[in-house]
Design a protein around this ligand. Structure first.
Ligand SMILES: *[C@@H]1O[C@H](CO)[C@@H](O)[C@H](O)[C@H]1NC(C)=O
Ligand SMILES: *[C@@H]1O[C@H](CO)[C@@H](O)[C@H](O)[C@H]1NC(C)=O
Length: 459
């Protein structure tokens, strides 16, 4: 059995009950393919641009770009920020983020057709969803041997994809760029950012990537620290008792010592066991959000994205079967999963002015606020003391609704989002939209006034 420490929420269920589930899947597919409900890609839901961004002579990454629908008109339109969104996994398609979390049109749990998302991240900014790494989603690899096995290769591919994107329109390059994503993208993002900053220092100005910041949601970034908090988190949330906590602590200790002896594949397996154990003994529908009554449904999006109509509307290859998660990519990164990207975060923080936002939904048993705080405390960064001493302020939306908590100092900001789990931008869409808009534009809880007056209410 393949243990899936950080895969999509259905992955462990699927591997546990593969036979029963795939039988069910066949039945469901048969049912939905005869239903008329599949014709549902409205013209207005199409990406502004989409297709494939060349990364090597034989490979390319699939992307879907949505231009800002309501950009702030000052500064000039040419300065409207661009966000890249990367899903985690490893191996999950960024179209999950597009259609289930933050894109302009969502396929909601209860729906069979796309609905307009008022909390889309492309309200103020252009958003580029990239199926990454090579082998994920619609980014089919020319050969399985081309699938990356480490972060430096993934970072090279992302930089190449961004250069290909910039070449599509000369106006793109000047726009401030932010790398965003969640979960295992907590490693892709810092790796790509530090690669970009390194490249910029050697490239002529007309080839530089205008990277201004990175935003990581419920990220897996420094696993050796993060794997040590599962027991405490579940215990103090009341989900396990002291005896079960002791069992989880034993698994955590084993995972840490496996990392320290460079046994990364075994360490990944041990971490996977912790999540399995927590799901088993707590009975929660999904460890990605222990407040949810049911796991997020997966079949509707799979059926939808595999229709000829959706592939055509998205500019994806018609011969590629879309999967939420690529097992080949997950396998290729087996040794990478428990390795740390903290050094890349340090490189980003050490650069001049690249901002870092970390955000977490509170109901995540994989990599929630305590998990992230555990690794942030290990950052080698001169600003760490001031960050840790900074007040964690209550953050409310304009209507007074509690959104969460914001702590910031220097280039680093941390936002905790209430009412949300691992897929925070999808679980609490109003808060996540307010967060990304405030952080990128440096307004509201992320503006200078908030620091000066200790006011974090949005106006
Ligand atoms: C979780 O439950 C399944 C099914 O009962 C079992 O096979 C598996 O070993 C359990 N996992 C852990 C880590 O306890
Ligand atoms: C950072 O920026 C400041 C102000 O623009 C400049 O004086 C300084 O030399 C820069 N440092 C590095 C390491 O680039």
């Amino acid at each position: 059995m393949v243990t899936v420490p950080h895969g999509h929420h259905m992955a462990s269920l699927l591997s546990r009950a593969a036979g029963a589930v795939s039988l069910l899947a066949v039945v469901l597919t048969a049912t939905t393919s005869t239903s008329p409900a599949a014709a549902l890609f409205p013209e207005e839901a199409r990406p502004t641009r989409s297709g494939y961004l060349s990364i090597t002579s034989t490979n390319s990454l699939y992307y879907a770009f949505y231009e800002a629908t309501d950009p702030v008109t000052t500064p000039a339109a040419s300065a409207v920020p661009l966000l890249v969104w990367l899903q985690g996994g490893p191996g999950s398609s960024s179209l999950i983020g597009n259609f289930a979390e933050l894109g302009p049109y969502l396929l909601l749990d209860s729906d069979t057709s796309l609905s307009c998302n008022p909390n889309r991240w492309n309200r103020r900014f252009g958003v580029i969803f990239i199926d990454n790494p090579l082998g994920v989603g619609f980014s089919v690899a020319a050969s399985d041997a081309d699938i990356p096995t480490d972060e430096p290769t993934i970072a090279d591919h992302l930089l190449a994809a961004l250069q290909s994107f910039m070449a599509l329109d000369p106006a793109f390059r000047a726009r401030p760029l932010f790398l965003t994503g969640e979960s295992y993208a907590g490693k892709y993002i810092p790796a790509a950012a530090s690669r970009i900053l390194g490249a910029n220092s050697k490239l002529p100005s007309n080839r530089r990537v205008n990277l201004q910041g990175v935003a990581i949601g419920n990220g897996m970034t420094h696993p050796v620290a993060q794997v040590t908090v599962h027991a405490d988190q579940a215990y103090f949330a009341g989900l396990i008792n002291a005896a079960q906590k002791a069992e989880v602590e034993e698994m955590q200790t084993r995972a840490v010592s496996l990392v320290k002896s460079n046994k990364y594949v075994a360490a990944r397996r041990e971490r996977g066991k912790i999540i399995d154990f927590l799901e088993n003994v707590t009975g929660v529908a999904t460890a990605f959000n222990y407040a949810r009554g049911q796991p997020h449904p997966t079949q509707p999006l799979r059926d939808f994205l595999n229709t000829g109509e959706a592939k055509a509307a998205l500019g994806a290859r018609s011969d590629v079967q879309w999967a939420r998660r690529s097992e080949a990519v997950s396998r290729a990164l087996a040794k990478d999963v428990m390795k740390s990207a903290i050094g890349d975060v340090e490189a980003v923080l050490a650069s001049n002015g690249t901002r870092v936002l970390l955000f977490q939904g509170v109901f995540d048993l994989h990599s929630g606020p305590a998990s992230v705080e555990a690794w942030v405390g290990e950052l080698a960064w001169p600003g760490l003391g001031a960050f840790l001493a900074a007040e964690r302020a209550v953050w409310r939306l304009g209507d007074g609704q509690l959104a969460g908590y914001v702590q910031r100092s220097g280039a680093l900001a941390n936002a905790v989002i209430v009412g949300a789990g691992h897929m925070a931008p999808g679980d609490n869409r109003p808060a996540a939209q307010a967060m990304i808009e405030g952080w990128v534009l440096q307004t509201g809880p992320f503006g200078e006034a908030a620091v000066r007056d200790n006011v974090v209410n949005e106006s």
